[in-house]
Design a protein around this ligand. Structure first.
Ligand code: ATP
Ligand code: MG
Length: 649
């Protein structure tokens, strides 16, 4: 394995950071030794209506699974994200909106956000939405998406945000599963210069005979495009809010009251309707935001995730707003109209903290330095990554090219289920190793176990589990508590099983090796997908790679590698040999791919993650049983791969 590079904490960052290494160590120890006292204190990061007297009441024991935090406290999320900043920050910017077109932007202050949220909360009430009702939100990335979410939380309605890129069928199944009463949408969305027919999709979804719970559709006018209208059911956002009062007192919610439902990305199977509750979630989102990004008052923060993903909930809106931060909400795609759009936006709004995903970084990297031409990015201080393992090569590129070797990168490991970040560096405290999510956040106890659930000590590989609860943990799979217990608590009893594999090194740093279901077993050697893929991506001509196991007569499993080349590179017999030799040299003969499949593109979830379970089916020729493909971003990619495979196999 090629040598691991260490990037020590930067002195200019450490100087003003909230925590240094000793600070991290001390707080971490406290959080494990005395969790009640620790979380009792940290809970004060948000405002409570009635303070809690009980902090932690949790058990992972089979038959007694129970997760409750701050259970007798009451609060309101929207009041924490908006009202409590009005005394000091009413005229400061809460949300910077950057439109799909570079000429389109606006700024919304906390006072304006308060007014809009109150108005819209009153609209929801007028439409009969009550505390506990589920509201589906199928919106483009406009300020009104944030307003709709915050308005739900203001009146205690449970929002279920469905990514605006999902099909009518995917929307319909999420509406049915969540039993939503109202859908909030827009006439059309705008992404990369193209209109997305959101209202038409809603009409199609609601025409599905299985959908019967929806009473009203509220439509925000974004483009003015032509849409169909159903009198009595559909109403315009602008008409409904025009008459609504700007006074809407926040509803007092119990800490354990449901806050939102959000479906997982569907990388490994049918999406799960993850239910989060109010108090613990907000404490955890607020606190992780502050420490992980080393947030300082006045920072401009940009998370590129869509509101349809957990990152868009916890770190685009709720974490930042609870801290009174200015958060940037971008409507478009990071490479439109040009590859340097992301960097342009950083300069335009003087962004200090940037949080994005490996899929975007790899796409930029494939285009050389086009991503930064004509930009300085001098405002950046901290960079973040989330969603998949970041290959060391992509990490170094992000660090060198986007961050000019000035900004630490926080590689944050977490899940929809965890509500917030669990394993991550802290900018002023953690020496960085590219490709490693490094160390646990406060209160988080990761462990590695073997197939029988025995804990493995020291530097080792294993199944990643969590030994105890943290406040942001999901409470159930909506409508299917049995699936909740089965999925997360039955594999290794007494622990929460993440589904991911990891390696812990001599320094106690964690390296996510990939999904446990994807682990390869070649001649008795177990290998995660991340390591082989990272070796491939480290080749100068390779942009992206995914490996899966296929049956092999001698080795048990052989390695089937899908490889996407950089723009302008073409496959050849020489390159084929070169790539195989490269992996042999980087990792060892055991990791040498048996088959290299030159792929134009890889199948990804709509949140941008590689779907290896589909690649496995293609590799083994089981293309009539691809499984749940509803969250696939581009079905055309799969068709092309199936066709190409006939030439490789
Ligand atoms: P599903 O659960 O429906 O199969 P999913 O797991 O992709 O989909 P998410 O909750 O969006 O749904 O993703 C969480 C997963 O993403 C983690 O379990 C992990 O595999 C991966 N992941 C997220 N962040 C990182 C990271 N920084 N490093 C490595 N892997 C990560
Ligand atoms: Mg998952």
């Amino acid at each position: 394995m090629s040598e691991v590079k260490v990037h020590p904490v930067k002195t200019h960052i450490a100087k003003d950071a909230l925590l240094d290494d000793a600070g991290y160590q001390a707080l971490y120890q406290q959080s494990i030794d005395t969790p009640e006292a620790f979380w009792g204190e940290q809970g004060k990061i948000i405002d409570w209506i009635k303070p809690y007297t009980k902090v932690k009441n949790t058990s992972f024991e089979p038959g007694h699974i129970s997760i409750k935090w701050y259970e007798d406290g009451t609060l309101n999320l929207s009041a924490n994200c908006i009202d409590r900043h009005l005394a000091t920050k009413a005229d400061e910017v809460a949300i910077i909106w950057e439109g799909d077109s570079p000429d389109d932007d606006k700024k919304v202050t906390f006072r304006e956000l308060h007014e809009q949220v109150c108005r819209f909360a009153n609209v929801l009430k007028a439409q009969g939405v009550q505390k506990g009702d589920v509201v589906s939100i199928y919106m483009p990335m406009v300020v009104e998406a944030a307003v709709a979410m915050l308005a739900c939380t203001r009146i205690g309605a449970v929002h279920s945000v469905v990514f605006g890129g999902f099909s009518p069928d995917a929307l319909a199944s999420r509406i049915v599963d969540s039993n939503a009463k109202v859908v909030i949408t827009a006439d059309e969305g705008l992404r990369g210069g193209r209109a997305v027919a959101l209202k038409d999709n809603v009409d199609l979804a609601l025409a599905n005979p299985k959908v019967s719970s929806i009473e009203k559709v509220i439509v925000y006018r974004r483009t003015g495009g032509k849409i169909n209208w159903q009198e009595g059911r559909d109403l315009w956002w602008h008409e409904a809010t025009a008459q609504a009062s700007t006074d809407c007192p926040p509803v007092e919610m119990n800490a354990e009251d449901p806050l939102f439902i959000l479906y997982t990305s569907g990388s490994t199977g049918t999406p799960k309707g993850v239910l989060h509750s109010t108090g613990g979630y907000l404490v955890y989102a607020a606190m992780t935001f502050k420490y992980v990004f080393d947030y300082h008052d006045g920072d401009i923060y940009w998370c590129t995730a869509d509101v349809g993903w957990i990152t868009g909930h916890s770190y685009l809106l709720y974490g930042p707003l609870a801290n009174g931060a200015t958060t940037l909400l971008f409507e478009g795609v990071p490479n439109y109209p040009h590859t340097n759009r992301m960097s342009k936006i950083v300069d335009k709004h003087q962004v200090n903290i940037l949080y994005t995903a490996p899929t975007a970084i790899r796409a930029f990297m494939a285009k050389g330095d086009e991503a930064v031409v004509d930009t300085s990015r001098a405002s950046l201080r901290v960079l973040g990554s989330v969603g998949e393992p970041i290959n060391p090569e992509a990490w170094e590129w992000y660090y060198r090219v986007i961050g000019d070797e000035r900004c630490p990168i926080v590689d944050t490991w977490w899940q929809t289920e965890t509500g917030g970040i669990l394993i991550t560096p802290l900018p002023g405290a953690t020496d960085l190793k590219p490709g490693s999510a490094t160390r646990p956040f406060f209160g988080v106890q990761p462990a590695l176990v073997d197939g029988e659930g025995n804990q493995l000590p020291g530097a080792t590989d294993g199944n990643l589990v969590l030994l105890d609860s943290w406040p942001g943990q999901m409470r159930t799979v909506y409508g299917d508590h049995e699936r909740f217990e089965q999925t997360y608590f039955s594999t290794f009893p007494g622990t929460y099983f993440t589904g991911d594999g990891a390696r812990r090194d001599e320094d106690g740093y964690f390296w996510i090796t990939g999904r446990v279901d994807d682990v390869l077993n070649v001649s008795g050697h177990r290998m995660g997908t991340a390591e082989i893929e990272s070796a491939l991506v480290a080749h100068p001509k390779i942009a992206e790679a995914a490996v899966v196991g296929v049956p092999h007569e001698i080795k048990g499993q052989g390695i089937y590698a899908y490889v996407t080349l950089n723009a302008g590179e073409v496959p050849s017999a020489e390159l084929h040999k070169e790539v195989k030799d490269w992996v042999r040299k980087e990792i060892g003969p055991i990791a040498t791919p048996d088959i290299i499949h030159w792929a134009e593109g890889l199948p990804k979830t709509r949140s941008g993650k590689i779907m290896r379970r589909i690649l496995r089916k293609i590799a083994t020729g089981e293309t009539d049983s691809l499984g749940d493909t509803s969250t696939l971003a581009d079905p055309g990619v799969v068709e092309r791969l199936i066709e190409e495979r006939s030439r490789h196999a």
